[in-house]
Design a protein around this ligand. Sequence first.
Ligand code: 13P
Length: 236
Amino acid sequence: MKLICANFKMNLTRNDIKNYLNVINDKIKDNVIFFPTSLYLNDFKEEGYKIGSQDISFKDFGSVTGDTSVLQLKDMGINYTIIGHSERREYFNDSKYVNQKINLALKNNIKVVLCIGENLNEFESNQTIIILKKELDDAINNNLDLINRDNLIIAYEPIWAIGTGKIPTIDILNKTILEIKEYLKSYNLNLKVLYGGSVNLDNIEELETINLIDGYLIGGASLNPEKFLSLINKVN
Ligand code: 13P
């Protein structure tokens, strides 16, 4: 079964969450992980769903106002964390902390969904694989001993595809995912690679033709529970 990660980003209110949980009631399998805002993690946890944090602090504890520690999230029962999402890289300079955050998460037995992806300029100037390799190197460096197929998952999210309704052509996506997997082999790693960026009901069947995709990281299309259920029903 493919892995499906629902990243709510900074969306939905408490009432929306209650309604969401009512709608998805019993219709979600074990391959789905919810990444709501930290405030609502417990609502999903109490209903027995797998949960992940959208980020963790680069420190375990201390004077980092506004951040949440991996130890606190672990206490809460999270199974996963996203690290290096392009929005965090853009607004919070997170590329600088990706390596440290992965180290903290893996040492605490939290599985990591590592986001990598190129921007439109880089895509148009054929830099994609160069960018992806650099982001992988930055993440893996010094952490190789901690990493295995079970605890580090790569999410390839072209920045230009996030929230735009655009996705790469199937040929390009197939080639890029193959290149990512080949590059990981040079580290002796065989990791799952998810695709993220405007995954929706209109393109899921096309995406499902790519055998190399091991799952999806879904933003906007995970916010409406009815639509999300229809979407994941189309995933093998
Ligand atoms: P969208 O599915 O809204 O394009 O977002 C993708 C994403 O960034 C998931 O992490």
